[in-house]
Design a protein around this ligand. Sequence first.
Ligand code: FAD
Ligand code: FES
Ligand code: FES
Length: 485
Amino acid sequence: MAEAIRFLLGEEERALAGISPTLTVLEYLRRHERRTGTKEGCAEGDCGACTVVLAEPDGAGGLKHRAVNSCIQFVPALHGRQLLTVEDLQAQGGALHPVQQALVELHGSQCGFCTPGFVMQLYAGLLENRLTDRQAVKDWLAGNLCRCTGYGPIIEAGMQAGAARRPSARAQGLTAKRLGALDDGTMLRYQHRDQQVFIPCSADQLAGIYLAHPDAVLVAGATDVGLWVTKQHRVLNTLVDVSRIAELSSVAETGEGLAIGATVTHRAATDALAKMHPDLGELMRRFASIQIRNAGTVGGNIANGSPIGDLPPALIALDARLTLRRGSTRRELPLEDFFLAYGKQDRAPGEFVEAVFVPRLTQEVRFGCFKISKRFDQDISAVMVAIRIGLRGGSVEEARIAFGGMAATPKRARAAEAALTGRPLNDAAVEAAAAALIEDFAPITDMRASAVYRLKVAQNLLRRFCLEQSGPDRPATRVLELAHG
Ligand SMILES: Cc1cc2nc3c(=O)[nH]c(=O)nc-3n(C[C@H](O)[C@H](O)[C@H](O)COP(=O)(O)OP(=O)(O)OC[C@H]3O[C@@H](n4cnc5c(N)ncnc54)[C@H](O)[C@@H]3O)c2cc1C
Ligand code: FES
Ligand code: FES
């Protein structure tokens, strides 16, 4: 087993030892490397000031790049990867990179605190060729906050930066080779004092390690676990980083549906979900930010059991099935049965989420989902609903309606479903279903919404979905432009 976290910091090789495995990448950069260009704004993934770019081999001789929030990534996430910070963009004689030059020329910076984060997010957009038009740049920057400049000049700069030259395929190939040599493909066990982290490379290794250490904390994208450390100051003694397991990180599309591995990131799942239904694409577009979607995983969104996670209601309405694995034993269950109570899921010690299967929608089935949050971008839902209705001859044959934000778990609206089933989809049925939501849910009041608002908005969303199904111009999706990224 390897013993050090090996990676490239820019072009320089590093082998980390003697530091905590829950040190964040941001703290490591600022305190250990004195790379203070990367800033801390919120320490919870919300503001983008700490954005850095991670590169890893793409399996075809080149590199794939991801912008992530360094404030919530732990240092083991660097193993076998290249870490690029704002300092790396200025390496050649201090000359500004075209992204930086564009921000200067178009007055995209005032106090400059947010600027390194914007630079790195735009640099990632350049590498991925995503800065193609105004809307694309706006979507791309949804996870970067600026308090003083105003977004107009920054967006202009992003459009100008999109035309800059990308690093050559040859340069990327050389870096990919260097990264290949750093990572020998075996499981890493890294220890510092009484903290240790395992980084398995296969599902079998994960199953074995987790069985041996059932109290370990699994870390996938760390977009929740990172905050346990930065905000709750929890000390995590044993971690298993599941993010390097190729078998768990692919989406298989078949005639029956989508098999999504647990460690597929939200970014990587978006296209397949959007193809299944455009509303799912819009949901993913509004899921956090690009940086969070680049790290956060489908498995983490399910396993954390949050009552306000966005994917569980959508997947429950789609009748998804979850595969759990403990040692060599697998079991499958309907996703809705996984959520038992607040903070309690049907998962035994040493058992992990391996995959989720999402059946394809058929022609006769109508589907829609809505996310209600205070901000359009980068916000957690106050209420989220997904509705799947099977119609035959104008009557509702089957209804599956799942809500987030209305109960202690993601939950189906059984009374509302019963009120619709077997009836024509007319005003009387819809009003009966809206009234039945009062039996289904007793939502709470919190900082996102009041109980009264939640119930009202839930009823109105149900009405709206049903109206859309009966109207002549049934829209493909309700949100403005097409998804970008
Ligand atoms: C700024 C910000 C914005 C966000 N916006 C949204 C949003 O819009 N919508 C939304 O739904 N969520 C949002 N989230 C929450 C979070 O990003 C998601 O829940 C994400 O999917 C968690 O995945 P992860 O891989 O990062 O999980 P991690 O943080 O790595 O893990 C989360 C939990 O799941 C467990 N776990 C992870 N993988 C497995 C597995 N394979 N088997 C068993 N247990 C596992 C971990 O042990 C931990 O308990 C946001 C978070 C932040 C910080
Ligand atoms: S410091 Fe705000 S996202 Fe990291
Ligand atoms: S320039 Fe001051 S926060 Fe953006």
